[in-house]
Write a protein of this length. Structure first.
Length: 184
């Protein structure tokens, strides 16, 4: 372990390279945090907020098949999904510190407007904060989320088998329409 005084005696360039390599490893590891969830953690009861509106004209009807092109969790990208729900809402990427402690989760995909506690009118703007009622990830419920981005779209709840471990995932929340492709 280097002390601050030891770092000053090292050549400036080497310290910068070492720091940059360390930061690259940290960023890679932070990106992988979302990728280490089991199928059980990706599954949910299928319950949705009471005020969530069913999609009027979803591209993918409930019961239909689609290919997941979103890779926000390990084993999702390329998986064939069965649509188990389709809803029109505002969807957010959020950053938050889990209620049980731990590292800041950045740009988590996805939390919907109806999973926020008294959020007011949609959409919230980047930088706005809201308490989450979402339960689809451990440590979300009751955590304060900072909105990173928002989009009004159709979101889907999907069932799929992971491409890496072939585990069954039920009622995964959420996949956006842009993260799905037709089955060919």
């Amino acid at each position: 372990m280097l002390h601050h005084s030891d770092m000053q005696s090292e050549p400036h360039f080497e310290g910068d390279v070492s720091h940059m390599e360390s930061m690259d490893r940290m960023e890679h590891m932070e990106g992988m945090e979302h990728m280490e969830h089991s199928a059980e953690e990706m599954s949910s009861s299928g319950e949705v907020p009471e005020d969530l509106e069913l999609a009027k004209n979803p591209t993918y009807e409930v019961g239909s098949q689609a290919i997941i092109e979103g890779a926000h969790m390990q084993g999702m990208d390329g998986a064939e999904a069965t649509i188990s729900g389709a809803f029109d809402t505002t969807v957010y990427t959020v950053s938050y510190t889990p209620t049980g402690g731990g590292e800041l989760v950045e740009d988590h995909k996805w939390v919907i407007h109806e999973e926020l506690d008294n959020p007011g009118d949609a959409p919230l703007e980047p930088g706005d904060e809201a308490v989450m009622n979402a339960t689809h990830m451990e440590g979300m419920e009751g955590a304060t989320a900072t909105i990173d981005s928002s989009e009004e779209t159709t979101v889907y709840m999907v069932d799929f088998v992971t491409t890496d471990t072939e585990e069954q995932v039920q009622n995964h929340k959420w996949v956006t329409e842009s993260e799905l492709a037709p089955v060919e």
